[in-house]
Design a protein. Structure first.
Length: 352
């Protein structure tokens, strides 16, 4: 039968949905269904999306490994990460991979950072098809929809390096750090260093971890009698490029209106703030103090020398791996919530 042959819709049997059922309902041949599910380039995009939509509606699931039919285990773990250009994710992925490989498990790396392209939704369909035994989510994707989608996959899940709020906070295993305290530490440090006009360059407002970080920072400044000026807050993507553009907007003003300090809500953003200061000829810390968050490896390099908050990233990743394997061993075990402590690391960007 050719790819263009039309098979009448409907099912004539009980039991699991088959590729034949999808073909009948989609009005295409079985070979077209097979090619569409494999992502074969010979199937035009419109037909492929139609087949995938029908398969989802029918609840059709492709088992990716014959082995899993017998053992129901694939010995594969999915790591769902955000933008891999963010160095924080690279470190966490490295530690997780080391841990999983040591336990004879393979790693499937997926990304959810391109929220408008629909790739994440297609990856979710693949995960439902039996590709992996468990999932670690280390993304800073905004809001809670991505976490809710991953919970809906029905596999053991651990969320790493991000807070979870609302109803999901009561059920999702997670490993994070004390973002509220981290924000307070940075605010107190800048205030102690004499800064009163302080700007914030941060990520999306609906990112739970960054929101808690910012909340701790703002509350501490208010407690110290130096509340944040809302006109000095900029929010955008968690990238150094946004750090540059936002900081140029804040800093390229007369000295009397210029902030005395900038809190970059991640080291990656703070790196952009430092670049903007250099472009404008501002001395750090003489003309401008800059702080970040995470204590990535390069934050301590002499040319950067960034004051920041240290999260124990390696220990957090190890704890996340342990939590995932514990959940895989016992799906009904009590919820795991680990909240690691943080510490201020003072360097040259605030210290003369």
């Amino acid at each position: 039968m050719s790819d263009s042959a039309v098979i009448p819709p409907g099912r004539d049997h009980d039991g699991p949905v088959t590729g034949y059922d999808v073909a009948r309902a989609a009005g295409v041949s079985q070979s077209t269904v097979s090619r569409a599910l494999r992502g074969d380039a010979r199937v035009v995009a419109q037909t492929r999306e139609h087949v995938l939509q029908v398969a989802r509606e029918l609840g059709y699931v492709v088992n990716q490994s014959a082995r899993s039919l017998i053992t129901r285990r694939t010995c594969t773990i999915a790591i769902v990460s955000g933008d891999l250009r963010n160095p924080a994710y690279s470190l966490l992925i490295q530690v997780l991979q080391e841990q999983f490989h040591a336990r004879d498990h393979r790693v499937l790396l997926l990304s959810d950072h391109d929220e408008g392209a629909g790739r994440f939704e297609r990856d979710l369909d693949s995960l439902r098809g039996g590709l992996v035994d468990g999932i670690v989510h280390i993304s800073a994707r905004t809001g809670s929809s991505a976490v809710a989608d991953l919970v809906g996959v029905g596999l053991p899940l651990v969320v790493l390096n991000r807070d979870v709020e609302g109803r999901l906070a009561r059920v999702v295993d997670r490993v994070t750090s004390d973002n509220l305290t981290g924000g307070r530490l940075l605010a107190a440090h800048l205030h102690e260093r004499g800064a009163r006009r302080i700007a914030v360059v941060g990520g999306p407002a609906d990112n739970p971890s960054l929101r808690r970080r910012a909340r701790g920072f703002a509350r501490e400044l208010a407690r110290l009698g130096s509340p944040l000026d809302p006109s000095l807050i900029r929010r955008g993507t968690v990238t150094s490029a946004f750090g540059v553009s936002a900081a140029l907007e804040l800093l390229d003003v007369p000295a009397a209106r210029r902030p005395e300090a900038v809190f970059g809500e991640t080291d990656y953003i703070a790196l952009g703030v430092l670049e903007a200061a250099a472009q404008l000829g501002l001395r750090v810390p003489g003309d401008l103090q800059v702080v970040g968050y995470n204590d990535l490896e390069w934050a301590g390099w002499t040319m950067i020398d960034l004051t920041t908050v240290r999260q124990p990233m390696r220990e957090m990743a190890q704890a996340a791996g342990d939590a995932l394997f514990a959940r895989m061993a016992d799906p009904h075990a009590p919820q795991v919530v680990r909240n690691f402590g943080v510490e201020l690391v003072e360097r040259g960007s605030t210290r003369s």
